[in-house]
Design a protein around this ligand. Structure first.
Ligand SMILES: NC(=O)C1=CN([C@@H]2O[C@H](COP(=O)(O)OP(=O)(O)OC[C@H]3O[C@@H](n4cnc5c(N)ncnc54)[C@H](OP(=O)(O)O)[C@@H]3O)[C@@H](O)[C@H]2O)C=CC1
Ligand SMILES: Nc1nc(=O)c2c([nH]1)NC[C@@H]1CN(c3ccc(C(=O)N[C@@H](CCC(=O)O)C(=O)O)cc3)C=[N+]21
Length: 285
């Protein structure tokens, strides 16, 4: 079997065009504030990608760039100001932050209704209890890719490799909310190949170049590659999945680049439009 390749790039083009039309019909121009601390080239590159994507969708974006030496209290003060500013609908603090700044303290400071990353504990808790919430962009993008491919998680065995707060945990939760049977694997898992090869839906989110081989994959499975690893020798990006061999066995597969990455940014635009509508928490009980 040769897998169907799910192009996050193509799907993103379509969804971003649809978002641009939605934006035209809004009374306000959605506005996203991105805070970037330090000089990590990958972070700067991601943030440029976000700025560009905002422009094409008609979303206003402001990027606040700071040196690594920025103090935590200065960052908190900036977030407070953005929380107060009614012209700003979404706030994203690019991670990771320098070691002297507490990521938890910073994320908790962001207003829940501007938390377009879905990292605030209130949004995390709402997701866990099945309520409407800002949902982390990468997991949301993954669910969209499965949906568009006609892969319904209900009753399927989903195996998630990785349990981070940003990717692994929330994607497992979304799959559970869609009635999948979910297994999480992580660095202490014994016999990863045994667990992974049981999966109807396999999410590879460990950040380990090429760790998922053909031996980890069940015939016909949907394989979603979240990993973004830069190969030292070539400078190229590659995923956690050995694409060439796995595509001969899987039913569906996502490439890197051009898979989950572009969808993450598309879902950020989606969440920003949602924040600008301001109706996420309207039916609060
Ligand atoms: N395409 C996109 O849009 C995005 C891509 N990414 C990429 O996804 C990957 C994961 O990101 P993130 O979740 O933030 O990373 P983290 O480093 O925070 O988490 C990695 C997870 O993988 C687990 N893990 C590590 N090694 C192994 C192993 N050998 N076997 C099984 N599990 C293992 C870790 O286990 P333990 O908990 O035990 O340490 C941990 O839970 C990275 O490559 C990152 O660049 C991230 C965000 C967005
Ligand atoms: N607060 C916060 N929110 C995030 O969502 C967040 C973050 N911090 N820190 C870092 C990770 C990583 N991440 C990616 C986004 C897009 C691509 C992406 O578009 N990748 C392209 C390639 C881009 C390139 O060529 O450099 C692709 O896979 O095709 C990848 C990774 C978001 N993250």
């Amino acid at each position: 079997m040769t897998a169907e390749i799910i192009s996050g790039k193509e799907l993103s083009t379509q969804l971003r065009n649809e978002l641009a039309e939605e934006v035209q019909d809004l009374k306000v121009t959605p506005s996203l504030a991105v805070i970037l601390v330090g000089d990590d080239p990958a972070s700067h590159s991601y943030v440029r990608g976000k700025e560009k994507a905002c422009r094409t969708a008609g979303i206003h974006s402001i990027v606040k760039r700071h040196p690594t030496s920025l103090r935590e209290d200065e960052l908190i003060a900036e977030i407070d100001a953005l929380n107060e500013d009614s012209s700003v609908h979404g706030i994203l603090v690019q991670l990771p932050l320098p070691e002297h700044i507490s990521e938890d303290a910073v994320i908790e400071r962001i207003a829940v209704n501007k938390d377009v990353d879905g990292f605030h504990p209130v949004n995390v808790g709402r997701l866990l209890t099945g309520k409407k919430a800002f949902t982390p962009c990468t997991p949301l993008g993954i669910m969209k890719m499965l949906e568009i491919s006609g892969v319904d998680p209900r009753g399927k065995h989903a195996v998630v490799v990785g349990r981070s707060q940003l990717v692994g945990r929330p994607v497992g939760q979304l799959l559970l909310n869609k009635d999948a049977t979910v297994t999480y694997c992580h660095s202490k898992t014994k016999d990863l190949a045994f667990h992974a090869s049981q999966a109807d839906i396999l999410i590879a989110a460990a950040g380990r170049e090429g760790m998922i081989s053909e031996a980890h994959v069940k015939e016909g499975a949907a394989v979603i590659d979240v990993g973004v690893n830069r190969v030292e020798s070539t400078g190229k990006l590659t995923g956690d999945v050995q694409f060439e061999e796995v595509k001969e066995k899987a039913g569906w597969i996502t490439p890197v680049p051009g898979g989950v990455g572009p969808m993450t940014i598309t879902m950020l635009l989606h969440n920003t439009v949602e924040a600008a509508r301001g109706t996420m928490f309207n039916d609060e009980s």
